[in-house]
Write a protein that binds this ligand. Sequence first.
Ligand SMILES: NC(=O)c1ccc[n+]([C@@H]2O[C@H](COP(=O)([O-])OP(=O)(O)OC[C@H]3O[C@@H](n4cnc5c(N)ncnc54)[C@H](OP(=O)(O)O)[C@@H]3O)[C@@H](O)[C@H]2O)c1
Length: 257
Amino acid sequence: MGIKSVAIVTGASHGIGKATAIRLARDFSALVLVARDADNLEKTANEVRPLGAEAMVRALDLRDPEAAGTVIADTIEHFGRIDALLNIAGAVPQIDLFEMTDAQWDDGLALKFHGARRLTISAWEALKASQGSVVLISGSAALDPKPGFAAVAAINAAIIALAKAFAEQGIKDGIQVNSVVPGPVMTGRRQSFFEKWAPAHNLTVEDAIKKFPEEVGISRYGKPEEIAGLLAYLVSPMAKWMTGASVRMDGGEIKTI
Ligand SMILES: NC(=O)c1ccc[n+]([C@@H]2O[C@H](COP(=O)([O-])OP(=O)(O)OC[C@H]3O[C@@H](n4cnc5c(N)ncnc54)[C@H](OP(=O)(O)O)[C@@H]3O)[C@@H](O)[C@H]2O)c1
């Protein structure tokens, strides 16, 4: 008998992507784990397998235009189907608008935007066959752009629009596409954010981490597992009628309607 359900998770070596892979091991029979660091992906795979899912690791740089096709071809060859694609990998440079070079903008777009766009297009026929789901991860900076982190805001806003464009075609093809808009979640990436944010506010990194939640009006940081739970819901049968949505989970950071 063939494998029952397959999810591809990008960014599965760390942070939100890793937590998502571990959470999805309860719902899917097989997971394809994608990021650059093979050792860390193997560590995720070793946490996923005891939970009952098969795990295949693909260590690739998703900025490479060939990478998406490779991931999808390998998934189909190995497992024969794709039921969910979770585009979580992202590393947009956190640089001031007036200092950021064209090359840095291109780099941010190459992974988070084009990587997710190419994977979704490459997986589309398989997702059509399975009537599957796609989620793209955005970020709350999209809804509150600041010059210090303009690329994060602009690229995350573009992700929301990209997800909506895919969702429109997905209505015809039976594929659900949504985006998730997390607020501040404590991961390696969030730590690197504080290396920029702290000196700009005349604080040490340690003090900045303590002060930031109050500064942005939240009671605490999110946990990767909390975003993973939302992502798991969006690719579950319970969310099948939900498409074209961008769902915030940010501890109440964004106050506007
Ligand atoms: N943490 C937050 O507060 C927050 C808030 C809003 C949105 N987000 C978004 O959530 C996503 C995950 O963030 P995180 O905080 O979990 O970050 P993280 O811990 O730094 O994880 C980023 C993931 O992306 C992978 N990655 C980076 N460059 C890659 C490349 N060129 N090719 C393939 N994979 C690559 C990394 O793996 P390798 O290094 O092994 O390649 C890692 O698995 C990002 O898109 C981020 O923008 C995060």
